[in-house]
Design a protein around this ligand. Structure first.
Ligand code: ATP
Length: 335
């Protein structure tokens, strides 16, 4: 195992999804003929564990969704490896069919309406994945499973809910159906891409509490969010990403209550209840967020950081361990 991965792992529980040195490049539209690429994810390593949540936090464009899509095999890594238990998911692509893989890892999205078919009932949305992944289940047993899953995600009365169409449900109820679909498959990991950001504030907590409950059944979560406050509420561990780089990570309480990277401090300063709300101008320079290229150098935050030195513009800082489970990549803390 590389040095990159070691700092991310602590504790003795068996890790279940390893991501090591994940790097994803995309061709730049304007440069098809000179083969220019942008680097959406740069050398990212983390572990998702059964029954726990890892929050990936960062502004728009920081590479959070691209990481999740690579974990679902929607994008091939340009470099790096992803293991599901002991299987390299890209190397074993031929051996592990997409259907078997989907049984383990499911994604839920920001807009639950977009992922539900308006012409089918909720029963259909849940019965179909059960039949697909568990072909021996049919008849009364299938109906029973559908009802149990609807109850499990807190929708009641369950039979009436099963008869409804997506447009007859509220946004929060639709997100519960999306979660129910992942349960119907029997997924062990759920990659939740901003699952509450489109929901009314009053129902967000209910969805987070449902997912919290699912952790107790052993389901592991990747929780993608812009909102570092909910990361602390829901996830045991938090990784902060900026322009495709993981800049600070570790135990969620440490990262959110004692943020050390200037970028994490900037994110925290925007949380009203943190009580330290300061104008963004006092936390960071107004500068364009860089488009990272494979040959870009230095810390990606250097162009905005008020404490940046020449060293920051020349090379990415190494990993510094700040506490038992708290790591940062910033020259301010280099030991
Ligand atoms: N299929 C693609 N082709 C080209 N560029 C892409 C593709 N998908 C993502 N990108 C680029 O990769 C970068 C990271 O995007 P990504 O969607 O992962 O960020 P994000 O942190 O999830 O942002 P958001 O919070 O807005 O969803 C962005 O600059 C985006 O434009």
């Amino acid at each position: 195992m590389s040095e990159q991965l070691q700092p991310v792992e602590t504790g003795s529980a068996k890790p279940s999804i390893y991501v090591e040195g994940l790097t994803i490049d995309f061709a730049l539209d304007s440069a098809i003929f000179n083969r220019q690429h942008m680097r959406a994810v740069n050398d990212v390593s983390f572990i998702l564990k059964a029954g726990q949540a890892l929050a990936i936090v960062g502004e728009s464009g920081s590479g959070k969704s691209t990481c999740a899509r690579a974990l679902c095999r929607l994008f091939e890594p340009s470099a790096g490896k992803i293991w599901l238990q002991d299987v390299d998911i890209n190397e074993k692509k031929n051996q592990m069919k997409q259907l078997d893989f989907a049984k383990e890892v499911q994604m839920i999205f920001q807009d639950p309406f977009g992922s539900l078919n308006p012409v089918h009932t909720i029963r259909h949305h849940l019965a179909r994945p059960i039949k697909l992944h568990h072909p021996h289940v049919s008849g009364d047993e299938l109906e029973q499973r559908v009802i149990e899953i609807i109850e499990r995600v807190g929708l009641s009365p369950a039979r009436q809910t099963a008869d409804k169409y997506p447009h007859e449900l509220s946004g929060g109820q639709r997100q519960r159906v999306a979660i129910a679909r992942a349960l119907a498959v029997g997924a062990k990991f759920i990659l939740a891409d901003e699952p509450i950001s489109m929901l009314d504030v009053s129902i967000r907590l209910g969805i987070l509490n449902l997912m919290e409950d699912m952790k107790k059944d052993g389901i592991g979560f990747m929780y993608i969010t812009h909102d570092i406050a909910t990361a602390r509420y829901f996830a045991e561990r938090t990784a902060v990403m900026y322009v495709g780089h993981m800049v600070e990570w570790g135990n969620s309480d440490s990262v959110t209550q004692n943020p050390q990277h200037p970028y994490t401090q900037l994110l925290i300063s925007a949380v009203p209840e943190a009580g330290i709300r300061r104008s963004k101008e006092k936390m960071a320079k107004k500068a364009d967020i860089p488009v990272w290229k494979p040959d870009s150098q230095g810390c990606p935050f250097a162009s905005r950081c008020l404490k940046a030195t020449d060293q920051c513009r020349e090379a990415m800082p190494p990993v510094t361990q700040l506490a038992e489970d708290h790591f940062v990549r910033c020259y301010l803390y280099e030991s």
